[in-house]
Design a protein around this ligand. Structure first.
Ligand SMILES: Nc1ncnc2c1ncn2[C@@H]1O[C@H](COP(=O)(O)OP(=O)(O)OP(=O)(O)O)[C@@H](O)[C@H]1O
Ligand SMILES: [Mg+2]
Length: 212
């Protein structure tokens, strides 16, 4: 099991977002979560990544509890709707900045991941000159380079044209499968969900007690 979430609850003041959410992911499994806007999908991913603390419940990643780990200690990658990059740095500068603290850095790995994501020829291009799809490719390359145990994808394709979205969805799937990386992907797009996911669940399925 990659991830195991048990009875996770989380509220913002009196606004209850997660009520006893249960979720497990097999090794290398790609799960897609669908649900209406505002239901709590981003909140769930943020809790797994460690940006927000659940009230109760447990999250285990490859058998170890995440309860007392800071986000940077969790070995989890996260992509957002808008790529978070330094706009004035070039592609390679952005990737190397994220990679700077890692031990055993190898330029071959950097080149390989850039080739995998189809951005090798854009190495020297400033981020602000890239298209939306190219910028998400950079973010993905950067995340993959840290060898995450889990990747969280929070609607990273939602602002892209339908053709680019399809293309990137199938490339993301192929890359995750080749590297055997488990992922939770959030989207509103059923076609994208079918392309990328091994399994698709609706938000209500996370809350068995509520849907009874
Ligand atoms: N830091 C916060 N403080 C208070 N309320 C918050 C906070 N973050 C999110 N919320 C509220 O929690 C609810 C769930 O938000 P969340 O962003 O998780 O939804 P979502 O399912 O990702 O929606 P979308 O599909 O639109 O991205 C919303 O009502 C939101 O306003
Ligand atoms: Mg969201």
């Amino acid at each position: 099991m990659t991830i195991e979430i048990k009875s996770l609850t989380l509220s913002y003041d009196e606004n209850v977002i997660l009520t006893a959410a249960d979720l497990t992911l097999a090794k290398g499994e790609i799960l897609v979560v669908l649900g209406p806007s505002g239901c709590g999908k981003t909140t769930l991913l943020r809790a797994i990544a460690g940006f927000v603390k659940p009230d109760t419940g447990t999250i285990h990643l490859n058998g170890r509890s995440l309860a007392n780990l800071q986000p940077e200690e969790r070995n989890i990658g996260m992509l957002f709707q808008r790529p978070v990059l330094f706009p004035h740095k070039d592609v390679i500068g952005n990737i190397l900045f994220a990679y700077r603290r890692k031990k055993d850095r190898r330029m071959e790995d950097v080149d390989e991941v850039m080739r995998d994501m189809g951005i090798y020829s854009m190495k020297k291009q400033p981020i602000e000159t890239l298209s939306g799809g190219e910028a998400q490719r950079v973010v993905l390359a950067r995340a993959l380079l840290t060898n995450p145990e889990l990747l969280l994808l929070d609607e990273p394709l939602s602002s892209l044209d339908v053709d680019v979205r399809r293309q990137l969805a199938s490339e993301i799937r192929a890359t995750l499968k080749a590297k055997n990386i488990a992922a939770i992907h959030v989207t509103h797009d059923h076609e994208e969900a079918a392309i990328i996911g091994d399994r698709i669940i609706e938000w209500s399925e996370l809350h068995p007690t509520e849907s009874e």
